[in-house]
Design a protein around this ligand. Structure first.
Ligand SMILES: Nc1nc2c(ncn2[C@@H]2O[C@H](COP(=O)(O)OP(=O)(O)OP(=O)(O)O)[C@@H](O)[C@H]2O)c(=O)[nH]1
Ligand SMILES: [Mg+2]
Length: 260
């Protein structure tokens, strides 16, 4: 049902000539980094700005979205694990930035889970996410000295922010504010460059008849708020087997510059 839903959305999208966002398809093939679920490991949690670490120069991606959007469930599906990342049907489960390493030995990339924003979020969670983005965007030291260049090479590199929206609930004002903010920040000419991409979650909850319209509307709203947002990926991470996860893995591999 879900694949016909995505197909329906793709067709719907082609008909909407005014909507420049097309269904995401990546040619990257670096997904073997996700092929060994046992290589995924919890690294640490940042509970407040002073506890945020720089790690060891691995490329990094982070998920954001309203509380209960499905961030932690999506990360488990990407990692091929059931409960490495804690999820719950109660909104507000994730309360820190949780870091997970992917790949053998010291790992090839880092995935970061974050607390939800919006009515079920808390101001301190928003401040922590904001601080994370600022630290991961800024240059570590001046470019003038050699040691600065070395330090920069060792700093964690944020490559992409994934912003999640529930396919049924669509976007609210908090989502649009977040999109606008990401649009502005990602285009800053200073510091580390990163991109951002939408992921539509819980697509299994939409009925086949109304899903294409719902998803086309969300696509348009995303584009209006954030024209530089990369095309949304439709997912159902809670399904067995999950749907749309290969596309998300491809996108992460591409963002992190990982090729097989
Ligand atoms: N039907 C369905 N349910 C899902 C899907 N993804 C997540 N869920 C459910 O949605 C609820 C919230 O999922 P989480 O992954 O904890 O959401 P979150 O965004 O991490 O939530 P917070 O940490 O509270 O911000 C859980 O009950 C999940 O099982 C999906 O694709 N389909
Ligand atoms: Mg969570």
């Amino acid at each position: 049902m879900v694949s016909s839903l995505a197909l329906g959305c793709a067709r719907q999208c082609c008909r909407l000539r005014k909507t420049p966002i097309r269904p995401y398809s990546s040619t990257a093939s670096g997904t073997s980094v996700f092929s060994q679920p046992k290589d995924a490991e919890y690294l640490y949690s940042a509970v407040s700005p002073p506890t945020l670490r720089r790690l060891h120069g691995l490329p990094e991606i982070i998920v954001t979205g309203r509380a209960n959007a499905g961030k932690s469930t999506l990360l488990n599906a990407i990692l091929g694990r059931r409960d490495l990342v804690m999820s719950s049907k109660k909104p507000g489960k994730t309360r820190m930035l949780n870091f997970f390493q992917v790949g053998p030995d010291i790992g090839k990339l880092v995935l970061v889970d974050s607390p939800g924003y919006g009515a079920r979020g808390r101001p301190e969670w928003g401040s922590l996410f904001d601080y994370y983005l600022r630290r991961r965007t800024e240059c570590v030291l001046s470019w003038i000295s050699v040691s600065a260049a070395l330090m920069r090479a060792r700093a964690s590199r944020l490559r992409r922010v994934y912003i999640l929206f529930n396919s049924i609930h669509g976007l609210n004002e908090a989502d649009k504010m977040m999109l606008r903010d990401l649009d502005t920040r990602s285009q800053s000419w200073e510091g580390n460059k990163w991109t951002f991409q939408a992921v539509l979650t819980k697509a299994d909850k939409a009925t086949q008849t109304d899903a294409p319209d719902r998803i086309a509307k969300i696509r348009e709203e995303i584009f209006e708020a954030a024209p530089t947002c990369l095309p949304p990926i439709v997912t159902a991470a809670g399904l067995s087997p999950p749907f749309g996860i290969t596309e998300v893995r491809n996108s992460i591999a591409e963002a992190c510059g990982i090729v097989d």
